[in-house]
Write a protein that binds this ligand. Structure first.
Ligand code: XUL
Ligand code: CO
Length: 494
């Protein structure tokens, strides 16, 4: 290792050093001046690239037959005065894409991703999985990701241990988020930006020749996982045990802090166990009061730490509990209103949750929007024949068009966006399937946006179009005003 901590390198010397390092073989861990910033890479099998056979995904247009290209999503194209990427604000869900293993109640995991070593250790979480996440995001061309505390870092035997694990992984994520914002010395002592080919490149070169600056990728939202651990079996904020309530609060506190630290734009509450199995052993009024108090404390803490992100509640009627308190958008809006929380929260509407509550996704989006509560969308869909939360990627163009009509009427979703809370089917086991699934989800919503724009444009007909229609339709049939009938009805009420 070259020790250059205290040396003042002239720009030319630095450039020569960089060229020298870059010409050394990629397989060997490079030797780098420690004070140039960047990421410390631990090579695994000499490879840093988790998706070597996948190119950067590009827009090729509707006639393309390339499964690894966009046919409808063209990030920088303007629709209704806004770039597609700004309408969409797509996000990759870490838990499905990087922790989903295909296991189900009847069978073992089916996915053996090349970057996994079969353990759930902290080393595994850092060594390859988080890097694979950012390489995936980079190749897909999105700027956002979503996470639970416990899917990015292992739990601990104590809260302190769990928090320390999370801190380690979050520190790495913070560095990796900077991809694309590398700077280099231009040889005249000036720092200039440099866009590099892909994440593997950035990690390698930044370590040696460039410094990472700023943050390009951000969490769309972060959240605390308050449903997996047995301590949460009666709920977190609605548990009958005060110790569990305190533990849940501590977990949310920490998850909100790390979301803020990573530049997250929103924070989500999904109350998977905030509900009941039977009212015979549940005091519903008391549990709802406790939940409201918990959320009030979260608002206060958000303000205390200066986190400006939106707090979002994600309605879902049931699963895992028989009845969840955030049943649907209307129930949740009523809860927020009753407890005086309406200005502090918005809703994260998930399409599969909408259908589980007996509504369409469009109904839920409109209910949220009309109450001024539409904040984010967990973009997925269920299966019409299966009655549970299958979390599939959205492929129905008509549904996507309805979704986008709501989004356009809402003026967009920012600071929210579309999070792909969706997973591969158990039987899809190739790495490229992860890309194909996201490409289809993004293309479906992009197609929905294009269609919705056409429908909304049609509502703004100009004189040329109206003249064309007048000719096409011929003499219109004008119905009777029925004034006498109206007067008869009016009289009958007197
Ligand atoms: C569960 C669900 C969650 C939330 C975050 O149905 O949708 O993944 O989005 O906890
Ligand atoms: Co969700």
């Amino acid at each position: 290792m070259l020790e250059m901590k205290n040396m003042k390198l002239g720009p030319i010397l630095l450039l020569l050093l960089c060229l020298n390092i870059l010409s050394s073989s990629v397989g060997n861990a490079p030797t780098c001046p420690a004070d140039l910033g960047g990421v410390v890479v631990t090579p695994v099998n000499g490879k840093e690239n988790s998706f070597p056979s996948i190119p950067k995904i590009k827009y090729e247009g509707p006639s393309s037959k390339n499964p690894l290209a966009f046919k409808w999503y063209n990030a920088d194209e303007e629709i209704l005065g806004k770039k597609m990427k700004d309408w969409m604000r797509f996000s990759v869900a870490f838990w499905h894409t990087f922790r989903g293993n295909g296991g189900d109640p009847f069978g073992a995991p089916t996915k053996t991703w090349p970057w996994e070593d079969g353990t759930t250790s902290l080393a595994m979480a850092k060594r390859r999985r988080m890097r694979a996440n950012f390489e995936f995001i980079d190749k897909l061309g999105v700027d956002r990701w979503c996470f639970h505390d416990r899917d990015i870092a292992p739990d601990g035997k104590t809260l302190e241990e769990a928090n320390a694990n999370l801190d380690e992984v979050v520190a790495l994520a913070k560095e990796l988020q900077s991809r694309g914002l590398c700077i280099k010395n231009d040889g005249n002592g000036r720092e200039v930006g440099c866009k590099l080919k892909d994440l593997a490149d950035v990690v390698f070169k930044c370590q040696c020749c460039f410094a990472l600056k700023g943050t390009k990728i951000k969490p769309l939202w972060g959240t605390a996982q308050l449903f997996m651990h047995p301590r949460y079996m009666h709920g977190g904020a609605t548990s009958s045990e005060v110790g569990v309530y305190a533990y849940a609060a501590a977990q949310v506190k920490k998850a909100m802090e790390v979301t803020h630290y990573l530049g997250g734009e929103n924070y989500v509450f999904w109350g998977g166990r905030e509900g009941y199995q039977t009212l015979l052993n549940t005091d519903m009024g008391r549990e709802l009061d406790h939940l409201a108090r918990f959320l009030e404390a979260a608002v206060a803490y958000k303000k205390k730490i200066g986190f400006n992100g939106t707090l979002l509640i994600e309605p879902k009627p049931q699963e895992p509990t028989k009845h969840q308190y955030d049943w649907d958008a209307a129930t949740t809006a009523n809860f927020l209103r009753k407890y005086g929380l309406i200005g502090e929260f918005k809703l994260n509407i998930e399409c599969n949750h909408a259908t589980l509550s007996g509504h369409s996704c469009h109904h839920e989006l409109e209910t949220a929007r009309l109450n001024g509560l539409l904040g984010n969308i967990d973009a997925n869909t269920g299966d019409p024949q299966i009655g549970w939360d299958t979390d599939q990627f959205l492929t129905d163009i008509a549904e996507a068009t309805n979704v986008m009509i709501s989004v356009i009427r809402n003026g967009g979703l920012a600071p929210g966006g579309f999070n792909f809370d969706a997973k591969l089917r158990r039987e899809s086991t190739d790495v490229e399937d992860l890309f194909i699934a996201h490409i289809t989800g993004m293309d479906t919503l992009a197609r929905g946006l294009r269609n919705a724009a056409k429908i909304i444009e049609a509502g703004k007909a100009d004189f040329d179009l109206l003249e064309k229609k007048a000719k096409e339709w011929g003499e219109p049939k004008v119905p009777s005003a029925k004034q006498e009938l109206a007067e008869m009805i009016f009289q009958s009420a007197l």
